[in-house]
Design a protein. Structure first.
Length: 506
């Protein structure tokens, strides 16, 4: 007997390599085997496929049925191969036309009744199917997600019988083509809600303009969380590729992708009890962690010193490289993780150091210990440190105070500054390589002297100096893009001192 072959796709990171589902029938005692590194859920597919076939008055072949998922060395998980396996069995037993299967890929989990259920990770498969110039048959509930890949022929189906009728040419499935939803930023809170905090608002704008990481230090209730939540709303609109990448990561995550999140920059704020795996990804079937879910968006770590220090240390590498590689005995999986880090912390364990009320009773030792929970190398990677002190109460007496600027106005300036950077160097300032920083930020001899003094006074590392230069570059870009002026450099230096213990005298 011949072998029937049905094309499907597995998941590896955010890639979706092809899998050939080969079905072979032979005589002998009834058996149904699936080979080719299937995980438990895939092995259970036997029961679903058998029931789906039998409950629809199709014939499950007698004798021996062998399914091979090739290539055999690629781990396979989930119910996504059910549909392809069922079609393989039906094609090998002559119940559907095996030659009509070419040029099409099939993904979907089967219910015992033959109804198709949505599966995780359809978007990466859709991208790959498009690149291979194949049509993609998916469960109806996954259609909107797959249709985000423009130009792909997406054929949604609700039931195994619909797919059979399509393959046999009796009732071809209708192509689902939906226009791309407009990138959404609606619903993200507005900066107009934040009163006062001019210094922190400025730092947030700089962070947005240059893609810099930001640490906010201040007592509880001064608006740090408010500010962080408003960053996605002032970032430039996502490009199509960025939106697709972020959607692909959401698609393989536990929660899955929601079409209304298309083009919305993600904001992730994991709790400080989060484990390293939750933060950077992993597990026996590696899933993206918070840093990947924040890809092209914002990772907000509130109460930074409360995070386990070892958990924070694993952030260092992805902060530099923009990706995370998870090594498993069998293979390595890579997830993109180009996120902007926004962190918040109190100035001391009680949170009130420096208050006019003088109610802070923390000893110098306690303060030092609290701050030393964040390692120097991690702090070095945060370009902007800013104080967020208690606001003056008159700001909240609604009458006289002018209304704060809204997100739309800030976003326009940010977009203009970003455009200058992309035109000049192709990336935002925070992502510049060391050599490019020096080239893009030529300093006069007076400016060099200013920088040297700051290094001596604040005990700055070489990395910090480069970060100061990048911030100075962004400040200049916010004002039209000529070389950084003295005041830009001076301002950039102020963003390194908030946590410098020597400077605060703590
Ligand atoms: N600068 C501010 N402008 C307007 N409201 C503020 C401001 N700071 C604090 N609030 C109010 O206090 C609440 C707590 O602020 P939050 O951002 O959570 O403070 P933090 O994160 O610094 O502890 C906010 O929901 C808001 O109602
Ligand atoms: Mg907070």
């Amino acid at each position: 007997m011949e072998v029937a072959i049905v094309q499907s796709r597995a998941l590896r990171g955010i890639d979706s390599p092809p899998v050939s589902v080969e079905a072979h029938l032979s005589g002998g005692l009834p058996r149904f085997d699936i080979v080719g590194l299937p995980e438990t859920v895939v092995r259970e597919s036997r029961e679903r496929v058998r029931s789906a076939i039998l409950s629809n008055r199709l014939t499950f072949p007698r004798g021996r049925v062998t399914i091979n998922l090739a290539p055999a060395d690629l781990p396979k998980e989930g119910g996504r191969f059910d549909l392809a396996i069922a079609l393989g069995v039906l094609a090998a037993s002559g119940q559907i036309d095996r030659h009509a299967l070419c040029g099409q890929e099939f993904i979907g989990e089967l219910a015992l009744t033959g109804t198709l259920r949505a599966t995780r990770g359809v978007l990466p498969a859709a991208c790959a199917a498009h690149a291979a110039a194949h049509a993609l048959i998916v469960p109806a509930d996954n259609a909107a997600e797959a249709a985000l890949v423009q130009g792909l022929r997406v054929l949604p189906a609700g039931h195994l019988l619909e797919v059979c009728a399509h393959v046999n040419g009796n009732a071809p499935l209708r192509c689902c083509s939906t226009p791309l939803p407009p990138p959404g930023s609606a619903g993200s809170p507005d900066l107009a809600d934040v009163r006062g905090q001019h210094h922190a608002r400025r730092a947030l704008e700089i962070a947005a303009a240059g893609g810099h990481n930001l640490l906010m230090i201040g007592p509880p209730g001064t608006g740090k969380t408010m500010l962080a939540e408003r960053l996605p709303g002032i970032l430039p609109e996502m490009t199509h590729d960025e939106a697709l990448e972020s959607a692909a990561i959401a698609s393989i995550s536990r929660r899955g992708f929601r079409v209304r999140d298309w083009g919305v920059r993600p904001l992730r704020n994991p709790h400080h009890t989060a484990s390293a795996v939750a933060l950077v990804g992993g597990g026996s079937h590696p899933r993206p962690g918070e840093i990947s879910l924040a890809h092209n968006g914002v990772l907000f770590l509130d109460e930074l010193p409360e995070f386990d220090r070892r958990v924070l240390e694993v952030l260092r590498e992805p902060l530099e490289s923009g990706r995370i590689v998870i090594s498993r005995a069998a293979n390595q999986i890579e997830f993109p993780a180009r996120f902007q880090l926004i962190a918040a912390m109190n100035p001391c364990p009680c949170g009130h150091l420096g208050d006019a009320s003088g109610r802070c009773r923390c000893t110098e030792d306690q303060v030092l210990r609290y701050r030393s929970r964040i390692s120097g190398p991690l702090l070095d990677r945060i370009d902007l440190h800013v104080d967020v002190p208690n606001a003056a109460p008159e700001l909240f007496a609604h009458s006289g105070a002018p209304a704060p600027e809204d997100s739309a106005a800030v976003r326009r300036r940010v977009a203009a500054a970003r455009a200058i950077q992309l035109q000049r160097q192709g990336v935002c300032n925070a992502a510049l390589g060391n050599r490019d920083v020096e080239r893009g930020c030529p300093l006069s001899s007076g400016q060099q002297r200013m920088l040297r003094q700051a290094v001596d006074r604040l005990g700055l590392s070489a990395r910090s100096v480069l970060r100061i230069l990048k911030v100075a570059r962004t400040l200049a870009d916010l004002e039209g893009g000529t070389g950084p002026a003295d005041e830009h450099l001076a301002e950039a230096i102020t963003y390194r001192r908030a946590l410098s213990l020597r400077d605060t005298g703590a």
